[in-house]
Design a protein around this ligand. Structure first.
Ligand SMILES: Nc1ncnc2c1ncn2[C@@H]1O[C@H](COP(=O)(O)OP(=O)(O)O)[C@@H](O)[C@H]1O
Ligand SMILES: [Mg+2]
Length: 290
């Protein structure tokens, strides 16, 4: 098969890992940098050029669209879908999951538990903040990644100037209950085609509350509880993700989903769990094209 990885980082671990696994299975693998893709509609049909070459022989794509590139990246995936190219994540799934509030709405509708979260309404700010009482408040940008865009305020008094600043900077964000009992840890679960492939627990570094590996967190392999596994699968299904990384907090009232990533990094989790996630992704494509 002809398989393209949509990525701006040819040398990144995730890209290289997918390339290697695809080549091992005798597929023709390519990396498409979306910056060099030209999209058009001609005579009602989607047409795609990569550099100067017309693309018309692709069987499947693996989108690895970065947060800085959501609009163009998801548009490219939609174009390929219209060209009957199989994609491991749909354009709609990329868009839905990029916006944290939208994804909370979608997964909670499907019965997935999430932390108590409020979409900020600037006209009702004081009332909204009052609902947190004396508790800490998490302030979270809708499109933050790698832990950049998440702030922990000790209380309403500390939260107020932060919220006012973000509002003045025209940022979109939510307020969220702080799950203290998770003690700076969360769970990352990789789901491929409705099956859990790997799971790890991430712990934040001293003095932080964000467990992202990009923020210096550490990780170890984890055997999920039945409930955690069920929640991860339900969240992936609700957002219609063929491949995703589900982040879960272990709260006293059970597992709560924090977010679903359409482009989960593979380095941390493949090295931590020694599971070959790239191989599972290539296998998923093969089963779907048959
Ligand atoms: N409500 C919360 N309670 C406790 N910790 C949280 C909460 N929200 C986020 N965190 C911590 O911050 C990290 C980053 O938050 P997340 O919502 O996943 O944003 P990002 O997209 O930047 O990874 C999480 O992995 C978790 O460790
Ligand atoms: Mg996260």
């Amino acid at each position: 098969m002809n398989i393209a990885i949509l990525s701006r980082g040819y040398h990144l671990y995730s890209t290289q890992s997918l390339l290697k696994e695809g080549e091992k299975r005798n597929h023709t693998m390519e990396v498409f940098d979306p910056s060099f893709c030209r999209l058009s509609i001609q005579e009602g049909k989607p047409v795609l050029y990569y550099h100067d070459e017309k693309v018309d022989d692709l069987d499947a794509v693996i989108p690895r669209v970065g947060a800085s590139n959501t609009y163009y990246g998801s548009s490219l995936v939609r174009h390929l879908e219209a060209m009957q190219v199989f994609s491991t994540v749909s354009a709609q799934a990329i868009l839905d999951s990029r916006d944290k509030w939208t994804s909370f709405q979608i997964i909670s509708k499907a019965g997935v538990a999430v932390p108590h979260t409020i979409l900020v309404n600037p006209y009702l700010l004081e009332e909204q903040i009052a609902t947190f009482g004396k508790n800490p408040i998490i302030i979270k940008l809708l499109e933050g990644t790698h832990g950049q865009g998440v702030i922990l305020a000790k209380n309403a008094k500390e939260a107020m100037p932060i919220i006012e600043t973000l509002h003045a900077a025209k940022q979109k964000f939510v307020l969220q209950e702080y799950i203290q009992e998770s003690k700076g840890a969360d769970i990352r679960v990789i789901v491929v085609n409705g099956v859990v492939i790997a799971a790890m627990k991430r712990q934040c570094k001293e003095g932080d509350f964000r467990s992202n590996l990009h923020r210096g967190g550490s990780s170890q392999s984890l055997q999920l509880s039945r409930e955690e596994e069920a929640v991860a699968l339900k969240a992936a299904k609700a957002l219609q993700m063929g491949v995703c990384g589900v982040d879960i907090l272990q709260a006293e009232r059970g597992p709560l989903v924090l977010e679903v990533n359409s482009t989960p990094g593979l380095e941390g989790i493949e090295k931590t769990t020694r599971k070959n996630i790239s191989k599972s992704i290539i296998g998923y494509i093969e089963r779907n094209k048959r």
